[in-house]
Write a protein that binds this ligand. Sequence first.
Ligand code: SF4
Ligand code: SF4
Length: 191
Amino acid sequence: MSYVHTTLRALSLSVRNLFRTPTTVEYPEVRRVRAPRIRASFALVHDAEGDEACIGCLMCERICPSAVISIKQAVKRESPHTGKKRGYADDFTLDLQACIICELCVQVCPEDAIIMTREQEQPGYEREDLFLTMDKLYANEKNKSLSWGRGKMLMAMQDPARPLEGAAEAAPKVAPKAAAPTADAPPEKAP
Ligand code: SF4
Ligand code: SF4
């Protein structure tokens, strides 16, 4: 009797589940609206002159707690855009597999050269798919929507004595609950 009862309960649960609204979606075909402050991947960007903004200072590599950034510093050379001698990175890689999304690399960048993106990388089947090469990082500048957070702005926001013009306006307005120190944004609601 108990066996029959249990079987019937399981069957009824299965039938009910058939008609429930799914709590998951078929990513990447279906993409949910993400929270405004989400950070998912990274981009390297160009400066106002069209030059690579990264000067190869190694600050991001040194601060990364997961040691997933690797930079090959270039010998200083003249910028083809301004003619001024400056540093460059000959190679720049970031392994997303062990990144803890702390954003420290962005916060220490003196040139606003590395920025987090609001879109994650495509799902992949190989470990290499989550290894961001310099080419992938610069491609993300064009292909992905970038977070509002920039190094200089984030530094200024943490130092009220030296406010940076525009920082308050650029930061997205969030509800008080989402503004708690460790919360980035309210969790997304299931459809
Ligand atoms: S977000 Fe944190 S863990 Fe990820 S690369 Fe930047 S510093 Fe390293
Ligand atoms: S991304 Fe920024 S912090 Fe990292 S090496 Fe380039 S200029 Fe320095």
